[in-house]
Ligand binder design. Structure first.
Ligand code: SF4
Length: 199
């Protein structure tokens, strides 16, 4: 993971979601690179609390939602600490990216994810394609939903799950550290369940 990060930082700086990473092992919110008096943190574990709540103090159930808190700066000592902090901000996203770069990332169609649900989530599997189209557009949209690019498909046919989202939402951008989604998350599954129950 450190190699991945070192390559991404070869030009001096890069972004990972809403985090600006700079040489010298400094992290900030992308909007706060030049902030005059940020609150400074020096432990990677501080990222746990920073990632937990938005600017209004509201819990962030989805860490890749575009509502990362502002006003902080993290000064770390080496790439290993940067990797640890980024893994708290965006759990498992660096390892998923590495798997994708090494051409060994497996993605799961949404219908397969829905079919393996049990208990109260089992009903989610009866969602229609049209309902998936609506729910994915609402939950996964980059403006207010989630910053990840979607690599999974609706089903084994390879159809994208929603044409309401722009085509680039289903492509890997030409950036050093894209945030990728390899399968539908629990938040999406829960919204599928709610959609079925509501109708
Ligand atoms: S399914 Fe993936 S893209 Fe959609 S909200 Fe969940 S993590 Fe984000």
């Amino acid at each position: 993971m450190e190699q991945l990060l070192a390559a991404a930082l070869s030009k001096g700086a890069c972004n990972f979601g809403q985090i600006a990473v700079r040489k010298g092992f400094v992290l900030t919110h992308v909007d706060d690179v030049d902030l005059a008096q940020p609150e400074t943190f020096r432990s990677p574990e501080d990222a746990i609390a920073l990632a937990g709540f938005d600017d209004a103090g509201k819990y962030r159930p989805l860490k890749t939602a575009p509502n990362l808190r502002h006003g902080w700066r993290m000064e770390l000592v080496d790439l290993g600490e940067v990797v640890r902090a980024l893994d708290y901000f965006y759990p498992a996203r660096l390892s998923i990216l590495r798997e994708w770069k090494e051409d060994r990332l497996e993605t799961t169609p949404l219908r397969a994810t829905l079919d393996r649900q049990s208990g109260m989530y089992r009903v989610a599997a009866s969602i229609s394609d049209e309902q998936i189209h609506e729910v994915v557009a609402d939950v996964c949209r980059s403006d207010g939903g989630c910053l990840r690019r979607i690599l999974w498909r609706r089903d084994a046919s390879g159809t994208i799950p929603s044409t309401k989202l722009p085509p680039e939402k289903f492509e890997v951008p030409n950036e050093p550290l894209p945030l990728l989604c390899q399968e539908g998350c629990t938040i999406l599954i829960n919204e599928c369940r709610k959609k079925v129950k509501a109708e």
